[in-house]
Write a protein that binds this ligand. Sequence first.
Ligand SMILES: [Fe+2]
Ligand SMILES: [Fe+2]
Length: 139
Amino acid sequence: MPVVEWDDSFLVGVEPFDDHHKHLVDLLNRSYTELVHDAPMESCEELLDELSDYVSYHFVSEELWMMENSYPKYEQHIAEHNNYIKRLQEFQQDYKQGKAETSLEIFTFLRQWLIEHILKTDADYGRFISTLNQKPGLT
Ligand SMILES: [Fe+2]
Ligand SMILES: [Fe+2]
């Protein structure tokens, strides 16, 4: 059973970020499955590296888009992204040092953070752009 079930409440209405988020949820689920089933360390590490690379790629994409669209809460949003990257790096380090229990705790944090970030912080830029697009005279 996946640790995060995708549903339409995750949709922010901005392409390609909805697809990015789906991919992130998939990577989180796969990482969790490997961690709880004690998959070989190498395979877990590879998956965590993939998750980390994809998170960085996704965050940079969102940040560029927010800048291009003059999103007012841009700085606050970036601070959240940076905090997440820091925790993800800590998690990778802990895992590599064999601190398995701590790793699961951090994983739970990472998962929860990501869900809340998509539902609140990312959803906010979705509302922002849809309001902007509805304003008359901007076409
Ligand atoms: Fe996002
Ligand atoms: Fe974000």
